[in-house]
Design a protein around this ligand. Structure first.
Ligand code: RIB
Ligand code: CA
Length: 312
């Protein structure tokens, strides 16, 4: 089967790490590059974590360093979830990869302009790099097949009552992306809080027996602590946000979604960073995103386990 050409933009982050394992282990993608965003931690740390994870899973692809801060705001880091390194547990992994000299925007532009086929972009952190690329290279916009992103929410937030972290961190960048006219798949908190991993699943990953399964289990043991203490309604589970953006590309039928008009609030005192999703089409505007809101969780976990089995 023809592989889907993608560029992944991420801010590892534990769920970003599982997303990378799914992307590389699935065998479905021709991964042209990984670019790094500042979000879960500083750019220095998310880049270091990305190089370590890709080295662990034997992924030899170009890695490009992204923006240090959001387009117009100071960097907001949420250490509560991922720890001081941004990927607690990654410390023991040695990186064998190094970042390219070009920046993320330059790397994305080079790959897209040289590609004969359209490229799908998968952002799972703040959208700063993607927005900067679209501003710098508007002529390449029509060479993008789709943007399948983790971010936003229809009815909830996790940084404020209405804003999800990736959008909250750089609302202006997110607004540029949602207004771009590029086909968008939005995996927001409504679906990612159903993409829940439980202790039985962590034990399943560990039992795979390879080093990627061991690492995945270790990451998720740490990652679960925050959710068990702060998202009690998940009943001991942890929301696997970022892998959803990749899983949708592998099998969209695993999801329930709706085409909606989505705009990003960039000015509200209480609402900045909210994805305003017109779920009931009350504005009667042309939808600009396919918004996911449910997932077949067991199939999702099986997909992750199958991908991890294919890794070192
Ligand atoms: O709100 C969840 C998102 O914020 C995920 O991408 C997670 O990695 C953090 O970046
Ligand atoms: Ca992320």
């Amino acid at each position: 089967m023809k592989k889907i050409p993608v560029i992944i933009d991420c801010d590892p982050g534990h769920d970003d790490a599982l997303m990378l394992m799914l992307a590389f282990g699935s065998g479905v993608f021709d991964i042209k590059a990984v670019t790094t965003s500042a979000g879960n931690q500083t750019q220095d740390k998310t880049l270091a974590n990305t190089l370590k994870i890709l080295s662990l899973i034997g992924a030899n692809v170009p890695v490009y360093r992204g923006a240090e801060t959001p387009l117009f705001r100071n960097l907001v880091i949420d250490e509560n979830v991922h720890g001081e390194s941004g990927l607690h547990g990654v410390e023991f992994i040695e990186a064998t990869l190094q970042a390219e000299n070009q920046t993320a925007v330059e790397g994305i532009a080079t790959i897209i302009s040289e590609s004969k086929e359209k490229i799908t972009i998968v952002p799972t952190g703040p959208l700063t790099n993607i927005a900067a690329f679209l501003l710098a290279f508007p002529n390449l916009k029509n060479r993008i097949e789709r943007i399948s992103l983790m971010g936003g929410g229809i009815f909830r937030g996790n940084m404020t009552p209405l804003a999800e972290f990736n959008i909250y961190a750089d609302p202006e960048a997110a607004s540029i992306v949602f207004k771009s006219g590029i086909p968008i798949t939005m995996c927001g908190l409504d679906v990612t809080h159903k993409a829940v991993v439980y202790q039985k699943d962590i034990d399943l990953f560990r039992a795979i027996g390879n080093k990627s399964g061991q690492a995945a289990a270790g990451f998720l043991e740490f990652y679960s602590v925050f959710y068990r203490e702060n998202r009690v309604e998940l009943e001991g589970g942890a929301a696997l946000h970022d892998p959803c953006a990749i899983a949708w590309l592998i099998n969209p039928d695993m999801f329930t979604s709706k085409f909606c008009y989505v705009e990003v609030e960039t000015k509200g005192e209480l609402t900045s960073g909210a994805t305003v999703v017109d779920f009931y089409n009350v504005l009667n505007r042309k939808p600009n995103a396919e918004v996911c809101y449910d997932i077949k969780r067991d199939e999702f976990i099986e997909m992750l386990a199958a991908a991890i089995k294919n890794l070192p």
